[in-house]
Design a protein around this ligand. Sequence first.
Ligand code: OOG
Ligand code: NI
Length: 464
Amino acid sequence: MGNHVPASDIRAAFSAAMSSMYRAEVPAYGTLMDLVADVNDRVLTENASLRESLQASNALDRISDERHGAIRLGTPQELATMRRVFAVMGMFPVGYYDLSEAGVPVHSTAFRPVGEDALSVNPFRVFTSLLRLDLIADEALRAEAQAVLNGRQIFTERALQLVEKAEHNGGLDKADADRFVQEVLETFRWHDKAIVSADLYKRLHDSHRLIADVVSFKGPHINHLTPRTLDIDAVQDQMPARGISPKAIVEGPPTRACPILLRQTSFKALEEPVSFQGHDGAWHSGSHTARFGEIEQRGIALTPKGRALYDRLLDETRAKVRPAADGSNAAAYVQALRDTFRQFPDDWAGIRAQGLGYFTYSLNAKGKAAGPQGQTDIETLLANGLVRFDPVTYEDFLPVSAAGIFQSNLGDHAAQAFEASPNQKRFEADLGVSVLDEFAHYAAIEQASIDACRAALGRQEAAE
Ligand code: OOG
Ligand code: NI
């Protein structure tokens, strides 16, 4: 049917609805958004060329908007259905992240738009984790948790009907799309009345705080949203002055002239009132800590070679200084990170020459004016000054950083240890599809840009 709303528009409406719901639910998040907007304004005032390039790509209006959020699901069925819900909004699973190694009993993917056009309409992603009850040693407790999860339905009836309708018709019309967003929002809403007793909550919590968070409530409340900042260090520094308490360190690479991958930080999760029903039917008050706010700053997507270098340097840093949750060695960690990453080239030409990052190539003014070329391999075109290259932005996540975000929001106590047990096959079986390989995706973006340059400057007969 011709009157379907584009999936990207449904995602944009969903992202906006989530933002206003979360601001209303978590006032500290609104404070963070205000701080991010102020810092971004300052950066744009000081940096005219950045302002121009954002304006040219139509990114200026939405600069401080949310880029991602996160949820934690309890069962394979919830994950499989969530995949279908996100597909209606043009969000597809990219990447597999094993967090068990870092002491968090989940594995995850990110549902996100794929492709430049979709990302430019609205880049909203949802980092989605599935609880791994198989990592819980206590069998009786595992069975109890399983029974609670099996008994809950996290989607409204109407949301499920609209997913089926969208799948059947290949989309939704405006009225259905509006309704869909409202219905889906219900799944992400906070519920302060637990669906387990105070006693079970305590036992789940003692086993792992995350298990209590996933099992004890009616649905997978959104646990954070994450706007984009143009200066993450400034926001990190200014949080305390606005009355919010940042995690100890910024996750990811150090501050650099040429940003790589992803830097993120958050304010610590808030202790919030919840209530548990007693045997007598009366509600008793308690508290639960789960929800926070985060910020992100993105850089270039790295090739497998670049990523291996990043991982090695991060390991080296953490072998020297392991960041303590209480922030006591934060300065030493930041210094060690900066020193170690001197080994990673910090200019675009160097990153490109060493094959560490992905770039898109396009004809510059000279290239556009030039006629067909004898040689059209990209290095020759570049050497002849006919093409320019620009970094491809990293749109995914980092497992060590994600673990750091999880940990800082699970309290400052020592992390629990699990056997590292990545199980992508199992995750994909539960999901119902394979996740997209992020490296293959970035490589294809780069290759397509090279092909376009070669086609534009090639002779017909020279085409391969
Ligand atoms: C997700 C933490 C990971 C990120 O940005 O790396 C994440 C969670 O706490 O559920 O959102
Ligand atoms: Ni996050």
